[in-house]
Design a protein around this ligand. Sequence first.
Ligand SMILES: Nc1ncnc2c1ncn2[C@@H]1O[C@H](COP(=O)(O)OP(=O)(O)O)[C@@H](O)[C@H]1O
Ligand SMILES: [Mg+2]
Length: 278
Amino acid sequence: VKLWLFSHLQDSPGNRLLTEEAQRRGHEVRLVRPSELNLTLGKSITERPDLVFTRTGSSAPAAALANLAVLEQTGLRCLNSLAGLRNSRDKTVCYSLLASAGVPIPRTVVVGDWTDTSWLPELKGPPWVVKLSVSTKGQGVCLVESERSLRSVVDALGQQDESTVLVQEFVAEAKGSDIRVVVLGGRARVAARRSAGSKDEFRSNIYLGGRAEMVELNQNMTEIAERATEVVGLDVAGVDLLETSGGYLVVEVNGSPGLTASPRLPSAVMNYLEEVTR
Ligand SMILES: Nc1ncnc2c1ncn2[C@@H]1O[C@H](COP(=O)(O)OP(=O)(O)O)[C@@H](O)[C@H]1O
Ligand SMILES: [Mg+2]
């Protein structure tokens, strides 16, 4: 199989793991960075890969997605597709799609106007979680302990052009951990519990020192993760679930999941990519 890894990063643990796994199986892999291509609209690409595997999540520049549009118009098969990546990139878009499909999410308000605070009691804080809608690795997510801080944090973050600001109910029950379910081709295949690296941290991101351990998939996890992935329109997704007594809540649908959360991930992804090209 001839495979392109479409990534804005020169080097990342995930790209390295996938490249090694593909080469071990005798496939030809090329890391293609959006900025290195010369693409003529309406013209096909010579030396076409069988498949383009996109590793362009929310941390990728918007220009990377524009270049993906150009690849798609040449008829190349791209997983994920531009449409799915666009939906997952911005949490406001993603949560809106999930909410309208009836997929459970933490109670969330997109805040624009502080003259009306009638929505605040519904979020049960303090504390509250404030998120930049386009962000990743936990870096745009904060816990805010008072209403006075909430207002100023939302105002400060609201200065960003690319993101809206979300205020979310803090799900304390999750205790700084979540379940990452990786869905490939519509099926949940691998699950890992990620736990925050210290007791003062509520974000479970590996990037912030979180640790992961493999867990068995159960039926509830499987159903909700597969449904969330379908609604957002992704072929490959990392769906993050917060565990509560009332069931799982989807906290993120990631269109370019990291591959280090479970040692089974690189080979599970390669199996799927082989399946698709067969
Ligand atoms: N509403 C919430 N209640 C409790 N924990 C949360 C909530 N939202 C996010 N978290 C924690 O913070 C982490 C990062 O949030 P997430 O929305 O996934 O942003 P990112 O895209 O930066 O990973 C989650 O994996 C989870 O551990
Ligand atoms: Mg996340």
